[in-house]
Write a protein that binds this ligand. Sequence first.
Ligand code: SAM
Length: 349
Amino acid sequence: KCSRQDVPHRIINLLDGFKASKTLFTASKLKVFDVLNSSESLTLEEVAGQINASVLGTERLLEAAVSLGLLERVKQRDTSVYRNTDQASRFLVSDSPVSLHGYILHCNDMVWPLFSHLENAVVEGISQHERAFGKKNEDVFQDAYYSKDEVKIRFMDAMHSIARVTGKDVATAFDLSSYKTACDIGGCTGAMAYELTKAHPGLSVIVFDLPQVIEMRRHFKPKEDDDRVSFVAGDFFKDDLPKADLYILARILHDWSDEKLHVLLSKLSKMCTPGCGLLVSEIFLDEERKSPSRALLQALSMTEGKQRSTTEYSDLLEKHGFTLRHIQHTDNLLDAMLFVKEDPNDKRT
Ligand code: SAM
């Protein structure tokens, strides 16, 4: 007789995991969730017509999406109709306020090709960007993401969607009421900056990012403008950073090696007077480097950076005079740590 232990459920789920991801990516790319959002519910033939796809292929895609809990199929009179689940309406429709659509397209068009070369990535220990896209990249942003406008917008859209989903939880993770000016280093579209000003009425935020990114900021401007958010273009390894009393590093540190980070962190340290804050937002690894697997899977893309635990971030920042004040696990996609620049004359031993 078969006991449950005889069935390798976990392994079977993993075997099918890539098919499930690709089903989500394809339904998003073909805008299935958008067409279902614009009318309450549609028949198979109506969906196929609106996404310009075969009825057979659409049927298989929709049935797979129902089995994954992304869509619902219900009987209406004599026909079956499809509609979005609540999660799909919130997170998969492309113009929803917390849409993950941009990030999903990035996963499909950028991460998927990289992961199809994972075997080479592991054997060689380097990013497979050249194999996947035929181009060498020294700096993942300047050479890979920002060399073509279309890829740049897609990457910015991906960052924007994650920042909108996590922004509020990160912005409200700590009491920031003592700070008046913040600078979001590598703040991209400003999505996090707008969440910060919404959450903290006394705060204004400067978004600092590469010129190629800042020039696109209007594409991502929220409906209600907020003049407490401003943008400054520059390279955080080479140029002067804007003055602020709180610096934000959201999803920046994991992209770079310790050596590169020492360049950025020593600049930040020089800019900060005692009492200045530094908010780090990342996925934090547990101390045994066993979870969350989201971070460990991301690391397989082999950028020059690495995923770190809260102790590793703390050690890195302490070298530059920042003391850890709080850690907040948000139960969202990103967690947060708040550091304060200490007075060098007041150092406790
Ligand atoms: N902080 C944003 C967020 O959490 O959504 C974006 C994170 S994204 C992973 C990294 C950001 O750093 C990008 O917006 C990128 O343009 C910016 N960046 C990369 N290298 C930079 C540099 N040398 N100077 C300024 N910004 C840079």
